[in-house]
Design a protein around this ligand. Structure first.
Ligand code: HEC
Ligand code: HEC
Ligand code: HEC
Ligand code: HEC
Ligand code: HEC
Length: 654
């Protein structure tokens, strides 16, 4: 009652001042108190409040699950809000039905196949507008060809995207075996949640939805149906061939990974738990902390989040610029810190030929990239002489050309790169029935390329391999997804890595070089959408997206970078102990590289005068040791050798 009066009092005042308050500088994750929280909740008033038979709008959850003006409920251990509404509102899933790329793509598929337009739309809306889709089908109000874009256009429940109720009403019925948005929706308005014994004194009375504990909410299966997508292939005339093509297999990739075996569910990475729990609702005021999964739900799509932030008014999106900024920052942090590791080292280099090995290691719980088939990552490799001349550059990018050197059809998967015309692009490419690469989802027939880096613990003899297989070229790359043995030979499967060699002929006479290696990510490459833009004069949705796309900053996200030094004549065999990179820049790791036949039993870091700063485990010294706490200067690595004896290697931090 206390809070109800509070809002009745503030609301008129707030709506007048709204435009002034809602600047991008406002941080939605600050410690909410009083007016700020009221402001945030006012903004949430734009969410859908429609009530259906099976679903209810996300706006109906605001009263008790939005930020707490008292700053007590829905906060983490530092007092910052973890309101599911705040976090969810600016995610791709919350905006899946208004997403202008999706709207354009549905129009594109329909224009190419006008005879099947409505039934295609009925496929697309199942996952992108699940509440509208299932409400229509379950209540029998869908038309003969299903729930179409026309139905969606004025259906608030559908436009609510993957709303609160879309996930929370999923029953635990054979979830692992489902796909294409085929969701078992609870007929009794149960809202399943992740903690036991929720108190239902208020929620069902106010929303009609009953909070109940469901163990399945803690597991990947609840995500499976919308994150497994296959299409019924159509030939060039629009007839079904009877074939099924697996287009998105994020869930199945996870099934075939170490994360499944180690019980790291989708939620473990995409909905991290609040340490110590959180109070789950703002009323009543006597609740105590429960297990609480934060509704971050970010992947790699910083590009579309920015595009939607910048066009939020046109697209009628409810989240504030500050909420989008927060989701964008989380997405970029995830791409930079949690997605992949990049390693590089020099191989023996003689007679004017430089050799380096680069390794990309996937840290995500599925392929990298995963999901929608437009996603790609690519490697940039720049070799610079000590005089500062660029000797070689593979993987340049410009807004006009995109990734330089990509073949017109598609770039092959490389095991060795020796020309600037070659570039390592991690992606999936499918062809139509004639084998020609296509971006039309309904025509996907043959897998031409898939060298996306698999997750750790991915095996080609797994039962699910058929649906998540590598493309032909990656299958021929013998060390793709394989560990390496101590003697350098190819080891066991399941490493979640790709290794390749850069072999660069150099007539410049340079004797020492630096190799700069960078890993970039692109969610929506210009090339992927150019075919669709040819239809922009026939569809407003396509024209709208084209103008937004062209006005956007399309710079790839820089995920990782590393630099290694190399010198001509390095034979890799008789070499001394080395520290690499050396000199090392702030933010990089150092690695100790032993000469063949030698090994360490202990390693210490010392300053220039030999004073020991710390002992470093041999394992960490070999794989990468963080030195960001050390000031710029000269240091030594002091090494105790197996079989006795000492070595010291001088290294410099810049
Ligand atoms: C099984 C559920 C499902 C169905 C059915 C489905 N999608 Fe999606 N779609 C997804 C998911 C999940 C993603 C996001 C994956 C990612 O981020 O990599 C997605 C992403 C997209 C994107 C990229 C959006 C962006 O902002 O980058 C487009 C475009 C798209 N879908 C079009 C379609 C079209 C057209 C159809 C119908 C032919 C369709 N989808 C049917 C689940 C589905
Ligand atoms: C009138 C207040 C109120 C509204 C409105 C409300 N809830 Fe709740 N909700 C609660 C309370 C109280 C709890 C139980 C908290 C506890 O036991 O600590 C709860 C718990 C939950 C849980 C956790 C269940 C579990 O066992 O983990 C979920 C999920 C949930 N609500 C979803 C929703 C959704 C979705 C909406 C919008 C349709 C909504 N709530 C609207 C008050 C509300
Ligand atoms: C993509 C699916 C999805 C959407 C959308 C979603 N949730 Fe959840 N929610 C979950 C899952 C899964 C859990 C259980 C997490 C756990 O405990 O591991 C959960 C947990 C909760 C809980 C209880 C805390 C917990 O960890 O058990 C509440 C309350 C809740 N959600 C409310 C909401 C509200 C309100 C919205 C809309 C603003 C919403 N959710 C949107 C999937 C979703
Ligand atoms: C070990 C942590 C981890 C687990 C487990 C995990 N993910 Fe991810 N996921 C990530 C990271 C990191 C990214 C960002 C990199 C990327 O885009 O692949 C990501 C990206 C995604 C994307 C966007 C993919 C793209 O490139 O467009 C989707 C969709 C996704 N995850 C869904 C899921 C689902 C569904 C599950 C469970 C079946 C799951 N994830 C399990 C870490 C994880
Ligand atoms: C009702 C269908 C549905 C369910 C259930 C669902 N998703 Fe999604 N998810 C989608 C759609 C649709 C998109 C793509 C939206 C778009 O790009 O327009 C998506 C996108 C994503 C993304 C990509 C976000 C980005 O920024 O790249 C992640 C990560 C994700 N989902 C994780 C999950 C997890 C984890 C679960 C289970 C807790 C889950 N999803 C359950 C439909 C669903």
């Amino acid at each position: 009652m206390k809070r109800a009066t509070f809002f009745a009092f503030f609301l008129p005042l707030i709506s007048v001042g709204a435009a002034v308050f809602l600047t991008a500088a406002e941080d939605p994750h600050q410690k909410f108190k009083g007016d700020d929280a009221a402001m945030m909740r006012w903004r949430m008033g734009e969410l859908c409040t429609e009530e259906g038979v099976y679903f209810t709008g996300s706006g109906n959850c605001v009263n008790c699950h939005a930020p707490d003006p008292e700053g007590e409920a829905l906060v983490d251990e530092t007092g910052h809000t973890v309101s599911p509404v705040t976090d969810w509102q600016a995610t791709m899933m919350a905006n899946s039905a208004r997403d202008p790329f999706w709207q354009a793509k549905v129009a594109h598929e329909g224009l190419v196949n006008p005879d099947h337009r409505e039934s295609i739309e009925n496929v697309c809306t199942a996952c992108h507008a699940p509440q509208g889709f299932h409400e229509a089908h379950l209540t029998g109000t869908a038309g003969p060809n299903g729930y179409t874009m026309e139905d969606l256009a004025d259906d608030a429940l559908g436009l609510d995207g993957v709303g609160c109720a879309a996930c929370h009403t999923i029953d635990d019925i054979n979830l692992a075996g489902r796909s294409n948005g085929d969701l078992p929706i609870n007929p009794e308005n149960v809202a399943w949640g992740g903690f036991e014994n929720p108190w239902d004194g208020l929620m069902s009375g106010q929303t009609g939805f009953i909070p109940v504990y469901g163990e399945h909410m803690r597991n990947s299966e609840v995500c499976a149906s919308c994150h497994s997508l296959y299409v019924h292939t159509q030939d060039l005339g629009g007839e079904e061939t009877g074939q099924v093509y697996f287009e998105q297999t994020t869930y199945l990739e996870w099934v075939n990974s170490a994360f499944n075996a180690e019980n790291v569910q989708c939620q473990g990475c995409h909905m991290p738990l609040v340490e110590g729990g959180a109070i789950a609702a703002t009323q009543p005021n006597w609740l105590f902390p429960q297990r609480f999964g934060k509704h971050h739900l970010v992947g790699g799509n910083a590009f579309m989040l920015k595009l939607m932030r910048d066009n939020a008014v046109t697209l009628e999106l409810s989240a504030s610029p500050a909420q989008f900024d927060s989701t964008i920052a989380r997405t970029e942090r995830s791409l930079q810190n949690e997605t992949a590791q990049l390693h590089a080292l020099q191989l023996p280099s003689q007679a004017g030929e430089w050799l380096f090995e680069v390794e990309v290691e996937n840290a995500a719980g599925h392929k990298f990239p995963s999901g929608y088939p437009s996603r790609l990552a690519f490697l940039e490799f720049v070799l610079v002489s000590s005089a500062g001349d660029t000797l070689f550059h593979s993987g340049k990018w410009s807004p006009e050309e995109g990734v330089f050197g990509r073949d017109a059809a598609y770039e092959p998967h490389w095991n060795e790169i020796s020309s600037e015309e070659q570039v390592q692009v991690y992606e999936t490419v499918f062809g139509d029935v004639s084998g020609t690469p296509t971006q039309l989802l309904e025509r996907a027939s043959v897998l031409l390329k898939d060298n996306r880096v698999p997750p750790r613990g991915f095996y080609s003899n797994h039962l699910a391999y058929d649906t998540v297989r590598f493309g032909p070229m990656a299958e021929l790359d013998v060390d793709f997804n394989h560990y390496r043995n101590a003697d350098g030979s190819v080891g066991e499967e399941g490493s979640g890595t790709d290794r390749l060699v850069y072999r660069i002929a150099d007539g410049s006479g340079a004797t020492s070089v630096q190799a700069h290696v960078r890993l970039h990510y692109i969610a929506v490459p210009a090339r992927w959408v150019s075919g669709m833009f040819e239809y922009s004069d026939q569809s407003e949705a396509i024209a709208t997206f084209e103008s937004m796309f062209n006005a956007s900053d399309r710079t790839p996200v820089l995920m990782k970078s590393t630099t290694v030094s190399g010198w001509m004549g390095y034979d890799g065999e008789s070499e001394q102990w080395r520290v690499a990179p050396n000199p090392v820049a702030e933010g990089q790791l150092i690695r100790l590289i032993p000469p063949v036949g030698e090994a360490a039993t202990a390693v210490w870091l010392t300053d220039a005068n030999g004073r020991v700063l710390r002992e470093v485990s041999v394992n960490e010294a070999m794989s990468g040791h963080r030195i960001s706490d050390l000031a710029a200067g000269v240091y030594f690595a002091r090494i105790q050798l197996v079989g006795g004896g000492w070595k010291a290697v001088r290294w410099v931090k810049l």
